[in-house]
Design a protein around this ligand. Structure first.
Ligand SMILES: Cc1cc2nc3c(=O)[nH]c(=O)nc-3n(C[C@H](O)[C@H](O)[C@H](O)COP(=O)(O)O)c2cc1C
Length: 164
């Protein structure tokens, strides 16, 4: 798939088939994440790939806006060390993973991490050192219905040549 095809096709998927995602695909997602741009080249990220049903269910129970983790067959959890640009770096890695997943035909949804009330609980549950920042939880699975992009603001409405 061409890069623009993946960008045009990506949309949040919250309903999944009960069908596992092969391990090599999940590794590819992390491979894409770790290649993201990173301020001062510090690469502050760590990626936890969760595939165990019980763990996914428990995460879904902790996160009110991520209940659908109980349906997903995998989740990539992105944590970063507390560097100056941890949020930008972790977000760049997250977007790389979303696009790579689209390329592989997988459905994903970015679930909020940073500054959420469940950060500490999620870190404790996954055995992550408390100084690390939760950036995102990315639900992963095979979409159970056709994925359609939502309507986006048009280029003509968001593009400003030279000055605002
Ligand atoms: C920083 C961030 C946090 C998000 N958190 C959640 C979330 O907690 N739960 C959820 O269902 N979707 C979450 N989303 C997904 C957005 O709701 C979604 O991207 C938006 O509605 C646009 O739809 P699309 O992804 O299909 O283009 C998040 C997206 C971003 C970028």
């Amino acid at each position: 798939m061409e890069t623009f095809d993946a960008i045009n096709k990506r949309a949040s998927v919250r309903e999944y088939l009960n069908k596992p995602v092969p391990k090599d695909m999940l590794e590819k997602l992390v491979d894409a994440g770790r290649r993201a741009p990173t301020a001062r080249a510090v690469e502050p990220w760590e990626f936890i790939v969760v595939t165990e049903r019980r763990t996914l269910d428990e995460l879904g129970g902790m996160i009110s806006t991520g209940l659908f983790l109980k349906q997903a067959t995998a989740c990539v959890v992105v944590f970063c060390n507390d560097t100056k640009y941890y949020l930008e770096d972790g977000s760049a890695a997250t977007e790389n993973i979303l696009l790579a997943a689209t390329d592989l035909g997988l459905g994903t949804c970015w679930i909020a991490g940073d500054k959420k009330e469940y950060c500490e609980a999620v870190a404790r549950f996954l055995g992550v050192p408390p100084h690390m920042k939760l950036i995102s939880l990315i639900s992963v699975g095979w979409a159970s219905k056709d994925v359609k992009q939502r309507k986006h603001r048009q280029v003509k409405d968001v593009l400003h040549w030279e000055k605002f």
